[in-house]
Design a protein around this ligand. Structure first.
Ligand SMILES: [Zn+2]
Length: 338
């Protein structure tokens, strides 16, 4: 093993010394490095292959310990918005070849890494950054429009799908105020807010129990005020009253205020509703909220089976046949609130 020694100014024999490395860029790591040492003057020598191997080992540990993003994460971010390394560098405001270097395995500082990860995890933050870069003249019109218009199109498309579902539901569930909707016209937005509110209070809200919550809320309201709250129409189904013609399926797909989650269980699939927490109670009067809270309090800690059984005790279910629309006239005598 020979290498040029700048101290002895000649080719010399060298030996390898193993030294502990306990820290790198302020992060504790526990590894070693190999150092070439001149056998004649005992100075450290720089040997490229040895250094490369040291770096590889230390970088890998550092990446893992400091949770540094991987080259592929950056490539994926660029692919998502269809932008070049140069465009991404300009958006982030990093030095010229930074992104190129990181994609080839260079290790970002912890703060740069955290920053890039934030933009990867958060579309809005990334778009914000793009707008800022555009305002400061760091990216051109073409890059700006490519990224921002794509984002706008996606959110418009999503909005339209949601509006179409709402329009469809208004059409499918439309009926003049009568005894089958509790003398109330359907208000889809109100239904969405009520569902979001219930889901925020009830853990593990399945679609089966949600149907019962809504029915109980409406019949109790009718019982007390001769008018329902949601304007939904219900029918007799095996496990109790449900929104007519299984329209709860479409309702569960509206995801402004809550999301649906389909879960496989031993007994088949269940659908859960999870609140986004952004319900708007302005649409709900104080009296209505009181009724909703009462029902939540009664059903909250009951199982789906218990809730079904409670609904089976009501006249609305007992006095109607399977698939028959349930009249609110049966709401005059209720077991749920005695
Ligand atoms: Zn030497």
């Amino acid at each position: 093993m020979r290498e040029y020694c700048p101290y002895c100014k000649k080719e010399v024999d060298y030996k390898i010394e193993k030294r502990d490395v306990k820290e790198f860029r302020g992060i504790e790591i526990d590894t070693y490095e190999n150092v070439a040492v001149c056998k004649e003057c005992h100075q450290d020598l720089y040997v490229n292959e040895i250094e490369e191997k040291n770096n590889e080992r230390i970088y890998e540990l550092y990446r893992e310990k400091a949770n540094i993003i991987k080259p592929q994460d950056i490539v994926d971010l660029r692919k998502k918005y269809d932008i070049s390394q140069r465009e991404l560098t300009a958006i982030l405001g990093f030095g010229k070849m930074t992104i190129n270097r990181y994609e080839r395995g260079g290790v970002p500082t912890k703060s740069q890494s955290d920053y890039i990860r934030l933009l990867i995890d958060n579309d809005n933050k990334f778009i914000e950054k793009v707008k800022e870069a555009y305002k400061n003249g760091n990216i051109n019109d073409k890059t700006y429009e490519k990224i921002v218009s794509e984002e706008i199109n996606t959110s418009i498309a999503k909005e339209q799908i949601q509006d179409n579902i709402r329009r469809y539901l208004r059409y499918a569930l439309n009926r003049k105020p009568d005894i089958f909707n509790g003398y109330k016209s359907l208000d889809i937005e109100k239904v969405e807010n009520i569902i979001s509110y219930i889901a925020s209070k009830v853990k593990n809200l399945t679609i089966t129990s949600l149907n019962k919550y809504l029915w109980f809320i409406d019949i109790v309201s009718f019982n007390q005020r001769s008018v329902s709250i949601t304007g939904l129409t219900y029918q007799n189904q095996k496990f109790g009253p449900t929104i007519i013609d299984k329209k709860y399926d479409e309702i569960s797909l509206l995801d402004d205020k809550y999301i649906r989650e389909d879960i496989e269980t031993e007994n088949g699939n269940t659908t859960k509703i999870i609140s986004n927490g952004n319900y708007d109670l302005d649409k709900i009067s104080d009296t209505e909220k009181e009724i909703i809270d009462t029902i939540i309090k009664i059903l909250k800690n009951k199982t789906v089976t218990d809730i079904s059984e409670l609904s089976h005790r009501e006249e609305g279910w007992r006095k109607t046949k399977r698939l028959e629309t349930i009249s609110f006239e049966y709401a005059m005598n209720l077991n749920i609130i005695k």
